[in-house]
Design a protein around this ligand. Sequence first.
Ligand SMILES: *Cc1c(COP(=O)(O)O)cnc(C)c1O
Length: 384
Amino acid sequence: MTTAWKTKPEAPVTPPNLRGAWAAVNLEQIRENIRILDAHSKAKRLCAIVKADAYGHGAPAVGKAALEAGADRLGVATILEGVELRKSGITAPILVLSEVPVSSAPVLVEYDLTPALFTQGLADAIANVVRATMQDPHPVHLKLETGMGRVGLVPEEVADAAEYLSHLPELRFEGVFSHFACADEADLTSTHRQHEIFMSSLSALRKAGIDPEIVHIANSAATLALPEYHHDMVRPGLSIYGYSPAPHIDGLGIKPCMAITGLVNLVKAVPKGTSVSYGHTWTAKNDTVIASLPIGYADGVRRALSSTGEVWLNGRRVPIVGRVCMDQLLLDLGPNAEDAVGDQVWLLGGTDGAPDADDWAQWADTISWEILAGLGNRLERVLT
Ligand SMILES: *Cc1c(COP(=O)(O)O)cnc(C)c1O
């Protein structure tokens, strides 16, 4: 058994970075997932949602891969996410799904970002910038509130808003959209109800002379399972990254695109009764062998995985023991374990048997979206 001082002479894996822990992102699998979703979709267009740094996968690289594979535009949540994509050289249309502050209108226009729009203030601000800079009419997508209970024009105000907007020639009403609250649930009653409201608000818009070319409402759940709601464009996020929104929704062959992995940097035998990590929340019940990994919650390995999660090492599941620290975590390899220094640990994805984001979500009592979006940017993304 090695100790801290004596390590194996040769590590079996040479890490691709200086740190010995990284996230490998498989861009070809991103492209394949886009092709699967696009082939299944009845819509002419696909807007690949790459908000939150492409759900932790790295937005510029994923955005380019998605466009290569058939997406015709990208969707982000914030204006700076859009600016980052533009600065990386992406020229395809970029939809900003959340309304931006009025003061951001000049940046929207400068970077040619297409905003979600549902307030008179932003409509006026964009119109003013377009007039002052003598630009072509700026594309916008009107956001309708249909039952998410969050943001957008409520049905009662659609007609008035449309009347007002129809007098703003500086805006081009390219799209109109809404967002489902419960499309990933087995009971689709409220989803169908939302769609009815969407259709009636849409006809109110059209009556006022606003007839957007691109009507869209389908997130991953609706893209995969509700083809009748695809309209002119689907807007998948999670499914691009290979995860189905719910166990009952068929993923159609999409596969995860990321592996979080690292190399064991220390193995040591400890006697029964040894407590490890902050708070001494875990104590060895028997003599055992503890391994450490140079990755922690600052990288997105949730602290909720403390003494709960598992990793894949040398062909078996191994438990994470004690508190996950900011930069390190510990594994219990069991008594008489092999000398694993330098061996590759699969924390998430990358090989059969490794946990995936759904396992992490279960351990951390959350959803796969939050696991992926919460991966810190300190964790180096290595493109494969
Ligand atoms: C995040 C988001 C999506 C993508 O949702 P998924 O469930 O990840 O597919 C689509 N549309 C809007 C408006 C969003 O905010």
